[in-house]
Design a protein around this ligand. Structure first.
Ligand code: SF4
Length: 214
């Protein structure tokens, strides 16, 4: 399933993917892809973003939501990159997750797509599908990530995350999963899915999920 799965965010280098992933919080990838060309044209590197006027960044990213917080994080992140990493994006989880606005999800996206370091991206789709498929019982993304790491070989971490994201968008939607046309229907216990006869009805995050990018 989903042999063509790829990161839906558009980028040309690790810094652009890092910034795009920060912007994708509570926002669709399509919306992020609309604002990043102008943002990266105006601020092409970590140095220019580190020195940028906050209001100018805010204006360019306004439509992605939470723009003041995101602008502060982007500028703060780039200042850290300049101060500690020579303006380059570091290649380890430990160095990435201490940057402003960068959590494990963002770090794993950058590591997996830019540096070939296997990582499991637990966004809203991966979390929801992992619970419905019975791969985890946890809501905490870090615990979900650990459960999946135990069940998948490292070589599958990045691509399987992408495939779950695509499946969540195309078929296993938060509110109305299309189980009747799902290729995983024979395997899936449908944990927490309303109206799934004979399945577990464990309470899940269900309707609070929204498309969260990544
Ligand atoms: S069977 Fe239903 S709940 Fe399970 S993965 Fe498919 S769409 Fe989602």
């Amino acid at each position: 399933m989903y042999p063509e799965s790829r990161c839906a965010l558009e980028y040309e280098n690790p810094l652009q993917l890092l910034v795009a992933t920060i912007l994708s919080a509570q926002c669709t990838d399509a919306r992020v892809n609309k604002v990043t060309p102008a943002l990266f044209a105006r601020f092409p590197d970590a140095k220019s973003l580190a020195q940028a006027d906050l209001g100018e960044i805010e204006k360019l990213i306004q439509s992605t939501g939470f723009f003041r917080h995101k602008a502060a994080n982007i500028r703060g992140c780039c200042r850290e990159l300049m101060d500690r990493h020579g303006g380059e994006v570091p290649r380890t989880l430990e160095e990435l997750v201490v940057l402003p606005g960068v959590g494990r999800k963002t770090a794993n996206v950058v590591l997996g797509h830019c540096f070939g370091v296997p990582g499991i991206t637990v966004d809203t789709h991966v979390g929801r599908l992992s619970r419905r498929l019975g791969l985890t019982r946890h809501d905490d993304p870090v615990k979900v990530e650990r459960d999946l790491m135990e069940q998948w070989p490292p070589g599958d971490w990045t691509i399987t995350s992408l495939r779950l994201i695509d499946h969540g968008r195309a078929v296993c939607a938060a509110r109305k999963p299309a189980c009747d046309r799902c290729g995983l229907a024979d395997l899936c216990p449908r944990v927490g899915v309303e109206g799934a006869p004979g399945r577990s009805r464990r309470s899940s995050q269900g309707s609070k999920d929204e498309d969260g990018g990544g």
